[in-house]
Design a protein around this ligand. Structure first.
Ligand code: ATP
Length: 322
């Protein structure tokens, strides 16, 4: 291979820039020409593709978001859209692509390989950590730390006013951020789409803690399929127990910010491994982690399977927050 392209797609995540930097610098050091595709599949269809040089990667490892911008494209969901994108890639003579994104982006990448024989290697970039085949995704550690900082601050107020706080963290249908932040932040109760926490259990636990002298509590809830779930929870707790809960929805601040060291290192390793995989002739795979080890997982396995949350973290949090 002589020319490769790199793009970021779906939701942005801190550490994506570190991954782009690794792809570009490892690629160029191996005598490849590397092109940046702007706005994900939107730019692939609109031919917003430019060559990248070593110095274009200066001063980006510490920046959140993605310098290539990201995008969502409905046109790319249709075969005609993908054909236009594939034609642009072929016209430029790109031999292979690195796709940094989530599940949806990998479905698109798999289609590019199946329908147009364009080799793509995926790198998992999403704060949600909900990608099957990789223990960790780029951006997750940063998001957990950002949410944790906010929770530590909220705890100061909760403790000073003897209050119950319900804090909603991101994570869409998955509860990875909630379970990790809940354990690390000493939450009294954690609600995620897959945990069997109930309002009744939460009330019992808070009352038991009160009887032992605890005056403030924090409940963490994953946004789940329904944004604003924290307000429903507060309502349910108020109706069933008379307890008043303050609600705090952390929202998009969890998506931004400078990536943690762990995310920069993960992104750098994964970006380099993606280029290495393309060199060795692999494609239609995602680079994942299994413990500290980097692995390759077929793209269709990645998006056809659901990653299970570590519910043991939730049980441990509940034992520890007594
Ligand atoms: P995140 O989960 O962080 O938002 P994602 O990659 O899952 O990332 P999506 O919006 O689901 O985000 O997908 C990104 C883009 O991938 C879509 O806008 C679309 O262009 C393309 N895509 C998604 N699903 C498919 C599919 N089934 N076939 C072809 N392309 C797809």
């Amino acid at each position: 291979i002589q020319k490769i392209g790199v793009y970021t797609s779906g939701g942005d995540a801190p550490g994506m820039n570190a991954a782009i930097r690794a792809v570009v610098r490892v690629g160029i050091s191996q005598k490849l020409e590397v092109y940046g595709i702007h706005n994900g599949y939107v730019g692939m269809i609109e031919n917003k593709i430019e060559p990248l040089q070593l110095r274009d990667m200066a001063n980006i490892i510490q920046r959140g978001g993605t310098i290539l911008k990201t995008g969502r494209s409905t046109e790319f969901m249709r075969p005609e859209g993908r054909a236009r994108a594939a034609q642009n890639i072929k016209n430029l003579g790109l031999d292979a692509l690195v796709c940094i994104g989530g599940d949806g982006s990998f479905r698109g990448a798999h289609a590019l390989w199946e329908e147009h024989q364009i080799p793509v290697v995926g790198v998992p970039g999403t704060i949600d950590n909900d990608i099957f085949g990789s223990d960790k995704t780029i951006g997750f550690d940063t998001a957990v730390n950002t949410a944790l900082e906010a929770i530590d601050r909220i705890r100061d107020t909760a403790a000073s006013h003897d209050r119950l706080f319900i804090v909603e963290v991101m994570g869409r249908n998955s509860g990875f951020i909630a379970s990790h932040v809940g354990l690390a932040g000493g939450a009294e109760e954690i609600f995620t789409p897959d945990a069997n926490t109930t309002v009744e259990k939460a009330i019992d636990r808070i009352n038991e803690a009160k009887s032992r002298g605890k005056t403030s509590s924090i409940i963490i809830t994953a946004e789940g399929q329904k944004p604003g779930r924290a307000y429903d929870l507060a309502d349910a707790i108020r109706k069933k127990s008379g307890m008043d809960a303050k609600v705090c929805i952390l929202g998009h601040q969890q998506r931004g910010g400078s990536p943690t060291a762990a995310d920069r290192i993960l992104a750098s390793r994964m970006g380099a491994a993606a280029v290495d995989a393309l060199f060795k002739g692999y494609c239609d795979v995602m680079i994942g982690t299994e413990g500290e080890r980097l692995i390759q997982v077929p793209l269709d396995l990645v998006y056809k399977n659901e990653k299970k949350n570590q519910l043991d973290l939730i049980s441990l949090a509940s034992v520890l927050a007594t």
